[in-house]
Design a protein around this ligand. Structure first.
Ligand code: URA
Length: 254
């Protein structure tokens, strides 16, 4: 370092003790990239309403990272859930898997339960499942079913499986058929489900769950690392603490 042979993100550093993050920074010695094995972490969070799915928010609202006390790794959300949406959210520092899961070619199904105002009829259900035009673009076919309800109910719960991830897609689809969403929850990401994971809690995925996700996204084009890799996720302060498999009961984030 003292000889000026080390660079971090293109800047020569010669001060001993300079800190850098091997997962996020481009560290080089004599121009050669130093690769340090990063331990991958895969977390499943049951996101409550009222949290943004980003690492930091310009409006200083609570973020999903605030729920992950005790997680030291630079995990970041895979895809997003709206501020008002609850349910399953995957967070990881495995850039390859994140890129694969969010790549349109993999079409990992996401399942949502949407409580909507009024009762959609057969025609509404067909529009949702065949696809309807939102912002000038037709949505991909979706599986949609109505959960059984009492006769006197004034709202309905739809179970909607999407294979694409457009912004506010479920809300916009339901709005388009005249049945706005009152409450939205994601209940599955591919084979990942966990009805026992309480809202606001998280847990590590099991090795088998990680394996399944990897297999589900193995075919198709290689991940676009420019889109989102193991890099570019700076800003976490490191949240210290323990880890371990906490089982389905999860760990309270607050
Ligand atoms: N669709 C939505 O409308 N919101 C979400 O958070 C996820 C899917």
């Amino acid at each position: 370092m003292l000889e000026g042979r080390v660079t971090v993100n293109g800047v020569t550093v010669s001060e001993l003790g300079t800190k850098a993050d091997p997962a996020a920074d481009d560290i080089r010695v004599d121009g050669r990239r130093v690769k340090i094995a990063v331990r991958h972490r895969y977390l499943l969070l049951n996101k409550p309403r009222g949290y943004v799915t980003t690492r930091s928010d310009p409006e200083r609202r609570a973020t999903v990272l605030d729920l992950l006390k005790g997680v030291k790794e630079y995990v970041y959300p895979v895809g997003r859930l709206d501020y008002e949406t609850e349910g399953l959210l995957l967070l990881t520092n495995d850039g390859d898997l994140a890129a694969r899961l969010t790549h349109p070619s993999h079409e990992v199904p996401r399942v949502y339960e949407a409580r909507v105002l009024g009762i959609p009829d057969e025609h509404d259900m067909q529009r949702l499942s065949r696809g309807l035009v939102i912002d000038g673009r037709r949505t991909a076919p979706a599986e949609v079913r109505l959960l059984p309800q009492r006769r006197d109910q004034s709202d309905a719960t739809l179970v909607i499986t999407l294979r694409e991830g457009r912004n506010r897609q479920v809300r916009d689809m339901c709005e388009a058929i005249g049945h706005p969403v009152e409450h939205l929850k994601r209940v599955a990401i591919g084979a990942l489900r966990d009805p026992r994971l309480k809202t606001g809690y998280w847990r590590d995925l099991s090795a088998e769950e990680v394996d399944r996700l990897k297999r589900a996204t193995a075919a198709g084009p290689p991940p676009d690392r420019g889109h989102r890799g193991d890099r570019g996720h700076r800003g976490d302060k490191g949240r210290g603490g323990d880890r371990g498999d906490r089982g389905a009961s999860g760990k309270r984030g607050r």
